[in-house]
Every structure is written in structure tokens, then in C-alpha cells.
Design a protein around this ligand. Structure first.
Ligand SMILES: Nc1nc2c(ncn2[C@@H]2O[C@H](COP(=O)(O)OP(=O)(O)OP(=O)(O)O)[C@@H](O)[C@H]2O)c(=O)[nH]1
Ligand SMILES: [Mg+2]
Length: 360
């Protein structure tokens, strides 16, 4: 389907224009100024424009949902509610790997292949470290240039919210907006460090790990935990001098994956060699994902997992809200510091300290 709003929306700058400030407070202040000057777009208008596939309005709607201004929050949630019946019709794919594994390059090549085949591809990034460096955002802008220009693609850089919970919420809601706007493939890039891959695993159907050659070394370290989350391993940069070693690594990973608990019941995770620079192996990856979807749907696990992911999201937001509310009470922070001192001084037990906090 051709994008009707192509001329209006086609600029990569429109598509990319998210929140780039590395400071939450500054971003909020900037947005407040921005909002005062600009016409507030009625929720009905946003709903209508999103359903017709406008990338410009999709970007505006995402910004609305990221806003911390109370009236924007109300409008944002109403928009989401209006669009909810149109969400869910996509394959949600998470992509992780160490920095430099080639995630952005893979997404550009894989995304272009799918966009050319008529799919609508949305790319999101979750990068908790970007609040500090801002580096990846810039990197992705240049690395996904061609995809960003494609009329069937939409790219949104990482939200700049501080906490992982906040990033989680924004990415989830962005994903739903993209689905309502007709995107049928959602690609979420995350750096393979810290907790971000668990968060991404919790919001996607298919979770992919990009690795480089040398399976043995990787498994010695932290990779085993991540491998147990992966539905597929891509041995990346399988080109040039690296090709032979990459194929050997693929065999090693296949053996190892057989020994691990499957990340999705009834599915044996496998490994594939890919070069995003030479465009090889990308079709095999897509075929594998389609066969994964079929298997999961036959077993009723596809929807089951999505439902439990939504419940988990709800519960993690309850926890976030409880913690925020707790520390927002006057004197709480000071009280906690006092109790910490008492704990370390040996005049109180941890359980005793918690009882004091909640018993008052
Ligand atoms: N030979 C070869 N090099 C590649 C391939 N894909 C990516 N690269 C190179 O690997 C480097 C890192 O690629 P990125 O796509 O930025 O990696 P990334 O995983 O997104 O990195 P971060 O976003 O920093 O975590 C770049 O210099 C790419 O040109 C490939 O298929 N073959
Ligand atoms: Mg990247």
C-alpha cells in the first residue's frame, strides 16, 4: 500500500524527530514551551490521521504519549484507547547483541528487504545508556539512513526517560501506535548490556541475539543467560575472511542451543549466518521467523504470551507507581537515610527498619 502522505512525511527529520535532549527536565521544559506555541491537535484528529498511516502524525502522537504534562497524558491515553482495537497485527521482533555486533546495520538491511517486499516496518530502540552518552541515537541516524528514507519505514530513536520502567512504558505505547498505523513488522534494537534485554524479551514475540564468531568464548561469560531468552541466534558479519569461521560458529551454536531450555515452548532455537553488508542470510532469518509464528499460533502460545506480557507490564507499572508514591511522601527520603544509618550502626535489623517505614 502506498503512503498517501509521502510528500509531507517523507523527510527523515520528521520521522526521526523525537526527544533528543539528554536531560529529562530540559526536555520537559522545552516541550512545555513548544506546546504553548503550537495548536493542540484534537485526539479525534490524531486518531484519524494515524489510522490513515500518516508518519508525521504518528511521530506527533508518540511525542504526546511521552509527554509528562498532565493534560497531554489524558489526551495520550484517550488516543491509545481509541486505537486499541487496531493494535496487535504485527510481528514484534527484539534484536540484541553487544555494542558493535552490527544490530543497526542488520536492521537497516533486514528492514529494507521487508519494506521493499511491501511490509510496513517500524524501528524502535531501547537504550538505557543513551541518557548518558546520546551516542547510539546519533549512530542510528546515520546508520539507518536508507531505511529512514523508505516510504514503508518509520524509525524512532530511544526515548530519553531515565528509568527502565519509563523506557518500557514509552516503547510499549509507541509499538501500539505503530501497529494502529499499519506497521506489521516492529523491530526493537537494544544493547546487550544490563537489564534491557529482559525488558525487550517481555514485549516481543521473537527475540534475536546477534553474535560474532567464537561461540565458546561468549558462552564462558554472561551470554548463556541471554541465549536462554533467544528464539534465534544470528552469527553476524558472515562475510569475507570471516565466512568460514562464521559457519563453524553457527554449527557450535546449533549444538549448544539444543542443550538449552527453549525460550518459547515447542520451538527449538537455531543459529543462522548473516551478512548485512553482503545481504546474505536475511531471507532465511525472515522465513525462520514466519515459521516460528506459525508454530506458536498452532500451539495457542502466540496470543497467550502477549496476554501474559500485558499483565506483566501492568504489574511492573503498579510497582513503579508504588515506589514513586512512597518516595514522594514528605520526609520519606530523610527517613530512609536515617534508617540506613541505624542499620549500619547495628541498632536495627533490616526487617525492623522496613516495619518502621510501613508501621508509622
Ligand atoms: N563485515 C561486516 N561488517 C558489518 C556488518 N554489519 C555491521 N558491520 C560493521 O560493524 C560495525 C558496527 O555496526 P553497528 O550496526 O553500528 O553495530 P550495533 O550493534 O548497532 O552497535 P551499537 O548500536 O553501538 O550497540 C560497523 O562498522 C559496521 O559497518 C556485516 O554484515 N559485515
Ligand atoms: Mg546500533
Amino acid at each position: 500500500m502506498k503512503d498517501k502522505n509521502r510528500s509531507l512525511d517523507d523527510s527523515a527529520l520528521n520521522v526521526m524527530g523525537g526527544i533528543n535532549s539528554s536531560h529529562d527536565g530540559m526536555a520537559a521544559a522545552a516541550r512545555k514551551r513548544f506546546v504553548k506555541k503550537t495548536r493542540k491537535i484534537p485526539v479525534e484528529e490524531l486518531t484519524e490521521k494515524i489510522t490513515t498511516g500518516s508518519r508525521l502524525y504518528l511521530a506527533k502522537s508518540i511525542t504526546l504519549l511521552e509527554s509528562i504534562i498532565p493534560e497531554d497524558r489524558v489526551a495520550g491515553q484517550q488516543l491509545l484507547l481509541n486505537l486499541l482495537p487496531r493494535t496487535g497485527n504485527s510481528i514484534r521482533i527484539g534484536i540484541t547483541g553487544v555494542p558493535g555486533a552490527g544490530k543497526s546495520t542488520f536492521i537497516e538491511a533486514f528492514g529494507l528487504m521487508l519494506a521493499e517486499a511491501g511490509h510496513k516496518v517500524a524501528v524502535l530502540a531501547i537504550d538505557p545508556s543513551s541518557t548518558v552518552t546520546g551516542g547510539s541515537i546519533l549512530g542510528d541516524k546515520t546508520r539507518m539512513e536508507e531505511l529512514a528514507r523508505h516510504p514503508n519505514a518509520f524509525i524512532r530513536p530511544s526515548p530519553s526517560a531515565g528509568t527502565l520502567g519509563g523506557v518500557h512504558k514509552k516503547s510499549r505505547e509507541t509499538m501500539l501506535l505503530c501497529e494502529a498505523s499499519g506497521y506489521d513488522v516492529i523491530l526493537i534494537e537494544t544493547v546487550g548490556v544490563g537489564q534491557s534485554e529482559t525488558v525487550v524479551r517481555g514485549m516481543v514475540d521473537y527475540f534475536m541475539l546477534l553474535v560474532l564468531t567464537g561461540a565458546g568464548d561468549e558462552l564462558q561469560g554472561m551470554k548463556k543467560g541471554i541465549m536462554e531468552l533467544a528464539d534465534g541466534v544470528v552469527v553476524h558479519k558472515a562475510d569475507g575472511d570471516n565466512l568460514r569461521l562464521a559457519n563453524k560458529t553457527v554449527r557450535e551454536y546449533r549444538q549448544l542451543l539444543h542443550l538449552l531450555q527453549p525460550a518459547s515452548p515447542g520451538w527449538t532455537s537455531t543459529a543462522l549466518p548473516v551478512s548485512s553488508i553482503k545481504n546474505t542470510g536475511l531471507e532465511e532469518v525472515w522465513k525462520t521467523i514466519l515459521s516460528f509464528k506459525e508454530t506458536m499460533e498452532d500451539d495457542g502460545f502466540w496470543n497467550g504470551r502477549r496476554q501474559s506480557q500485558t499483565k506483566d507490564w501492568f504489574h511492573s507499572m503498579i510497582k513503579d507507581r508504588l515506589i514513586d508514591t512512597f518516595f514522594a511522601e514528605p520526609g520519606r527520603k530523610e527517613e530512609v537515610i536515617e534508617l540506613e544509618k541505624a542499620l549500619l550502626g547495628g541498632s536495627l535489623t533490616v526487617t525492623g527498619a522496613v516495619e518502621r517505614l510501613f508501621g508509622r
